[in-house]
Every structure is written in C-alpha cells, then in structure tokens.
Design a protein around this ligand. Structure first.
Ligand SMILES: Cc1cc2nc3c(=O)[nH]c(=O)nc-3n(C[C@H](O)[C@H](O)[C@H](O)COP(=O)(O)OP(=O)(O)OC[C@H]3O[C@@H](n4cnc5c(N)ncnc54)[C@H](O)[C@@H]3O)c2cc1C
Ligand code: FES
Length: 257
C-alpha cells in the first residue's frame, strides 16, 4: 500500500536521548499504515526553507505514531531539538524502503551493520524482520552508543566496535565483520559512506546478499531536483526515489556524482 502525505501533525514528544541524540514522536493517525522500514520523511524545520530528510526509526500502530531518532549536526537539527510541542509538517513516506517479502529468507542469518547515527533507521527493520539476528555496531567511543538495549530487548545479539577501544573490538566494525561473514548471511547496512563502500566490497567478494541504505544531500526528496544523484555501475540513480535502499549484489561499484 502506498500513499504520500504532506501535512502538519501533532508532536507527541521530542526528548533528549543521549549526548547529541533526540527522539521525535509524531501522531500521524491512520497514515501510520503507509509507513515501512527503510523509508524516510522530509521534515520542515523551524526557520528553514529546505526540508531535511529523516528515516523512520519506529512505528507504533497502537497510538498511530511514528518516531525519528536524530543527531544534532547543524542549525536545522539544533533548532528542531529545541521544539517541545505544537505541529510539524511532514512529507512522506518517501523512498522504496525494504521489501521484506523479498529480503527475508528461511535459511539466512540476518546481520545488521550500523555505523554511528545509521543505527536510527535499522531498529524498525530489526523489529519487522521475522527472525532475530546479530547487530554489528560501530561508533567512535562508548558514549556514542544508542539503541543497544532496544535491540537486546528484541533478542538480537549485539557486537560493538569502538574506534578508541573504550568498549568492544578496537577499530572499525567492518574490519571485524569481514572475518565473520558466512555464506548464508544476509546483510542490512546503514552508516557513513566509507563504511558502506567496504561493506559493498565484502558482500560482492563473498557473493552473499545484502541491502545498503544510502544517505545523500537532498533538496526535494521526491525525484525533482537531482541533488541526491549517485552513480552506480555508470548509471545515474536518485537516492530519494530509486533508493534509499539498494540491493548490493546488483552493483559492483558506486560513486557519488
Ligand atoms: C534518506 C536520509 C535519511 C536520514 N535519516 C537520518 C536519521 O534518521 N537520523 C539522523 O540523525 N540523520 C538522518 N539523516 C541526515 C540528516 O538529514 C541530516 O543530518 C540533517 O539534514 C542535517 O540538517 P542540519 O540543518 O542540522 O545540518 P546542516 O546545517 O544542513 O549541515 C550540518 C552538517 O551536517 C551534514 N549533513 C547535512 N545533511 C546531511 C546528510 N543528508 N547526510 C549526512 N550529513 C549531512 C553537513 O554536511 C554538515 O556538515 C538522513 C539523511 C538522509 C538523506
Ligand atoms: S532529493 Fe531531489 S531528486 Fe532526490
């Protein structure tokens, strides 16, 4: 089922989670049924003309709400973090999302790989996958970890890497994953571009399946402005409409235009 809406909705809460992270919870009424893991919304932030993209972090059918987990990185997110109540304009759901019927396989191990704030879009995926699996989660330092308890409460195994070695494996999460990949693993990944490039190479080399969720600078979010274009195997792809989820076996190399 597909429907896109562009309306003002009531903010239920917008709370500080940890460090630079906040969680925005919005009541969207019946429209909650059109929201799927891997999709995103363009949010009108106070005082900004260009909307900003944020992935769906969680969907709550009972109270008809969706939530966004976001990191304060610039002016827009800083101002958003100061909003406590009122209405906010959302455009979405946008993007393809994960086709869970196609990506779930009986005999596969689900592996989620998250780098930094990439974890935000992967919790709802873990919730909706029929089988639990393993989360490999890489951050700079132990204080950057978020959502770990949420994955554990879904019975996911969590393996952590920190660049400074303050907890778990010392180094990059991809270096750890590289040595642990098995033939029947299926990978879902979101994080910084350098991490995604390495994951794509690991998956291609091991000839396993996987899905990468890309981020790119976005102007419109629905295919009109070209600002999110990337090149995959010499073909132009728009992250907002062709993605943000791309099946990894389907391409060997990608580069940002
Ligand atoms: C499909 C999609 C889903 C996203 N989901 C989330 C999410 O769930 N949680 C979350 O915290 N962030 C998410 N982002 C990133 C988020 O959109 C940006 O962090 C936000 O737009 C920054 O706005 P700002 O005004 O605070 O920063 P700006 O003042 O516009 O920029 C501040 C800094 O942030 C960087 N930045 C801006 N936009 C992006 C971007 N799209 N990707 C990476 N860096 C960016 C800029 O290069 C700059 O260094 C997503 C991005 C995309 C494309
Ligand atoms: S954001 Fe405008 S075309 Fe993708």
């Amino acid at each position: 089922m597909y429907k896109r809406f562009d309306k003002n909705y009531n903010i239920i809460s917008n709370n500080h989670v940890k460090d630079k992270y906040f969680k925005l919870n919005i009541h969207v009424g019946n429209n909650v049924i059109y929201c799927n893991p891997g999709q995103f919304f363009m949010l009108n932030l106070p005082g900004h003309i260009l909307r900003r993209p944020f992935s769906i972090h969680d969907i709550n059918m009972q109270d008809q709400s969706i939530s966004f987990l976001y990191k304060v990185v610039g002016k827009g997110t800083k101002e958003l973090s100061q909003v406590r109540k009122g209405k906010i304009k959302l455009l979405g759901p946008l993007g393809n999302g994960y086709n869970l019927n196609n990506c779930e396989q009986e005999n596969c191990n689900n592996i989620i790989i998250a780098g930094g704030s990439g974890i935000a879009s992967l919790y709802i995926l873990a919730k909706k996958l029929k089988k639990t699996g393993t989360l490999y989660y890489g951050v700079r330092s132990k204080t950057d970890l978020i959502c770990v308890d949420q994955f554990i409460s879904l019975n996911w195994k969590v393996i952590v890497a920190t660049e400074d070695g303050s907890i778990g494996y010392k180094g990059y999460i991809v270096d750890l994953v590289e040595n642990l990949i098995k033939k029947n693993d299926i990978i879902f990944a979101c994080g910084p571009h350098n991490m995604l490039i390495k994951i794509q190479q690991i998956i291609y080399k091991n000839q396993i399946s996987g899905f990468i969720s890309f981020e790119a600078k976005m102007g419109c979010g629905f295919g009109n402005c070209q600002s999110c274009t990337i090149v995959i195997n010499n073909q132009l792809q728009k992250v907002c409409t062709d993605g943000p989820i791309f099946k990894i076996c389907s391409f060997q190399h990608y580069k940002i235009k």
